[in-house]
Each structure stands twice: as C-alpha cells, then as structure tokens.
Design a binder for this molecule. Structure first.
Ligand code: FAD
Length: 387
C-alpha cells in the first residue's frame, strides 16, 4: 500500500523507488553502525541524473521544476532512504546559477550536474554566532591576488565528501557597514586544494549518521575568482537560496512521514496482542490517523510553495510554513510509529529508531522552528521583530 492521496510525477516516483529498492534497511543500518557515507547510494542517484534536476539543460542538468525535485526527495525518504547525504548537491549550486560569473557557470555547473564535481558543503554556521548569521566571525581580506581567509565553521555537513564548499565570510567589518547583513561575501572553496593548506576538517560525532564537521580555517589563500557574485552581498545570496532549500527539506519530511505511517500501519495490522491486532485499538489508530491528516495538509503547503517558486512568485511565508508543518508532521508520524512498535521500536532491525532520530533534525536544521515562527510573526503578522 502506498499512502499518498494525490500522486503527480508518477514516472519520477517510480524511477526513484526502483533506484532506492536495493538500498534497504540493512544497508542504512550498516552505515549507521560504521558512521559511513552512503557512497553507492549517492553514486546511483548521480548516475541517474537526479541530483542535477535543478540545473538548467543548457548547463548540463535536466532543468526540472522545483516541484519535480521535491518529488525526488520525498520519494527517497518514503522509500526509507535518506537524501541528506546528497540533497545539497541539488541546491547549493543555485548560488552559482543565480549569481556566479559566466566562467564559474561553465566551469562548474555541467560537472556538478553529472556528479563529477561534488558541491555538497555549505559553510555558514559558526560556533559563536549560531542562528545569528550576520554575527559570524570568519574574515576574508583582500590580498594582491585574491583573498586571505581566517575563521571557523561548525556543522559543515559533507565537507569530507565534497570537492567544493560554498563559504560565507565577512569581507567588511561589521562596524563599517550600514546594515549588519551587509559586508558578507560568498566564496567557492576548492577543498581538494585547501585541505592541508589552510583548511582542517574534523568530524563531529552526532546522534545521526550525518557526516558533519567542524572546519578550521587558518591563513587560507583563495584566488580572486573564488568570490561568487558581488563582494558584500553574500547574505542576500544565501537568503535567495533559502526558499528552495526549505521547500526541498519539507518534502523530505513528507517522505519520512509516509514511511513511518506505512511501516506503523503494517505493523499495527499484523501484531496481535490480547487476541487481536493492536491496530484495532483506537489508542493506536488515532495518533496514526492524526499524523496522516497532518502529513496531507503539510504536503498541500509544500505543493503551494513549490508552485509559487516555479512561477517565479514570492514564496517566503509558504516555504517557511511548508517546512514547519512538514517537520511537525514527520515528527508526529515518527512518534506514533515508535509507540505502535512498542519495545521493537528500539530494535535497530526495525529501522524505526533510526528514522525517528533522523527526522528530529528537521526541527533544528537547516533552520530551527523558532526562527521560522519568528519569520511568520514578523513578516506575515506584522509583529515587532524579537531579535
Ligand atoms: C546535523 C546538522 C547538520 C547541519 N548542517 C549544516 C551545514 O551543512 N551547514 C551549516 O552552515 N550549518 C549546518 N547546521 C547548523 C544548523 O543550521 C544550526 O544548528 C541551526 O541553524 C541552529 O543554530 P545553533 O545550533 O547555533 O543554535 P543557536 O543559534 O544557538 O540556537 C539554539 C536555540 O535557541 C533558539 N533561538 C536562538 N535565537 C532565538 C530567537 N531570537 N528567538 C527564538 N529562539 C531563538 C534557536 O531556535 C534554537 O532552538 C547543521 C546542524 C546539524 C545539527
């Protein structure tokens, strides 16, 4: 049974489902045990062209809509896999596409589309600034032939599995800018050259197998053309990519929720206690039914946000609401699946606890629930900004 009331992009869904089939619970469980990167899974997705979905055809990608990209990620998650290992390959390139020079587009986009060049790492968060991005301390100073960068990033996911990293650094001191979000710039760092020559990457042991890292930057020399777009406009460039990121991440949550609901319903139909299926008890049914309703409602918001994005319309509130509602739906579905499985929810073989840990992340990263609510309160409800 497939829980999904209104399927679109059937061909993409079927192709992604087929691709995901060999990457079963045992595969992800082994990676989890070894804290290893899903190389084979990422290679299969790249070869099939799914990670180049948003790159226009003229740059070697498939030029699909954001809606089609959400279907890819949703299906990966509904199949029990995890796209977090590679989803950034889909959207970080947006900064190059929208703001990069003609040379950067020609040099990078076709190779990113095929996966020959991995642009998976995104260095924004820092230990001392956290959510307050404008307060970041990594500095890039002009030199005779480029830039000298010093600073530190944290939670830089996939830095060890990426050839390039998009880095946000301050190029004008905060005391000298009009708005604190001015004076930040985006750079493309070639990690193949930079590691050992100014960049050190240290993995962080984390609750989920997310391949995330601390990145230490000391006297890193970058060439002039590492700068993406105009100097000082980096914060705006990062914001430009956020709606797409939120909508894509929301679709992963929808996939997780569907996976939880299918697994839990199947278990509830089969598991017999007191001489009847546990699914006959409303105490088991209702949390699952409630999570189903939440998932379908959240998915409508994902579709609305993606439709606005694809039409080139403003979609900040919808993208934020989609991410919020979908992350809540997947968490509630995960909680219901945990309770339905009873003690077996804790057995790694059932995969419920792995997905439950994984789906919890979405309320914290890439943006925490509080910041989404603050955005809606401020931008939509017209309430005073709290920070
Ligand atoms: C597994 C993982 C992978 C990640 N990958 C990346 C990555 O690849 N690249 C990257 O740059 N970052 C990444 N992040 C970082 C992530 O985006 C941040 O953790 C997140 O934005 C929150 O920042 P913080 O952890 O510093 O929390 P803090 O900023 O310290 O906030 C802590 C809590 O306080 C709340 N809070 C703070 N200020 C306010 C306010 N004004 N009003 C209300 N509540 C507030 C927050 O919402 C949060 O709940 C990742 C994080 C994790 C856990």
């Amino acid at each position: 049974m497939m829980i999904d009331v209104d399927r679109d992009h059937e061909e993409i869904r079927d192709a992604v489902m087929r691709l995901c089939a060999p990457f079963d619970d045992a595969y992800w469980q082994r990676l989890d045990r070894e804290m290893a990167y899903p190389d084979a899974f990422v290679a299969a997705l790249s070869e099939a062209g799914f990670l180049g979905a948003l790159i226009p055809e003229e740059h070697g990608g498939s030029g699909l809509s954001l809606r089609a990209a959400t279907v890819i990620l949703e299906t990966i998650h509904a199949a029990g896999c995890n796209a977090a290992a590679c989803h950034a390959q889909m959207y970080i390139m947006g900064t190059i596409l929208r703001h990069g020079s003609a040379a950067q587009k020609v040099n990078y986009l076709p190779k990113i589309a095929t996966g020959a060049l991995r642009l998976q790492a995104f260095g924004v968060t820092e230990p001392t600034s956290g959510t307050d991005t404008a307060a970041l301390r990594t500095r890039a100073e002009r030199t005779a032939d480029g830039w000298l960068v010093n600073g530190q990033k944290v939670w830089t996911s996939r830095a060890k599995q990426s050839d390039l990293m998009l880095l946000l650094a301050r190029t004008t001191p905060i005391e000298r800018v009009q708005r604190r979000t001015d004076g930040l710039s985006t750079f493309l760092v070639d990690l193949r050259e930079a590691v050992g020559r100014g960049v050190e990457i240290r993995p962080i042991e984390a609750m989920i197998n997310h391949n995330t890292n601390e990145v230490f930057i000391a006297d890193l020399h970058l060439p002039e053309d590492a700068l993406v777009g105009e100097e000082g406009r980096g914060f705006r460039y990062i914001l430009d990519g956020m709606n797409a990121e939120r909508i894509l991440i929301a679709s992963e949550c929808i996939g997780d929720a569907r996976w939880f609901l299918e697994r839990a319903s199947a278990y509830a139909r089969e598991r017999r206690v007191f001489g009847r299926p546990i699914g006959q008890n409303q105490g088991i049914q209702f949390p699952l039914a409630r999570a189903l309703a939440e998932t379908e409602a959240a998915e409508l918001m994902v579709r609305k946000a993606a439709a606005l994005f694809d039409a080139g319309e403003p979609c900040g509130p919808e993208a934020n609401m989609a991410k919020h509602l979908a992350s809540e739906a997947s968490w509630h579905a995960g909680e219901a699946a945990m309770q339905t499985h009873g003690g077996y929810a804790f057995a790694t073989d059932y995969a419920i606890e792995r997905k439950w840990r994984e789906t919890r992340l979405y309320q914290i990263a890439p943006v925490s629930t509080n910041l989404i609510l603050a955005f809606l309160a401020h931008r939509v409800l017209g309430l005073p900004k709290s920070y």
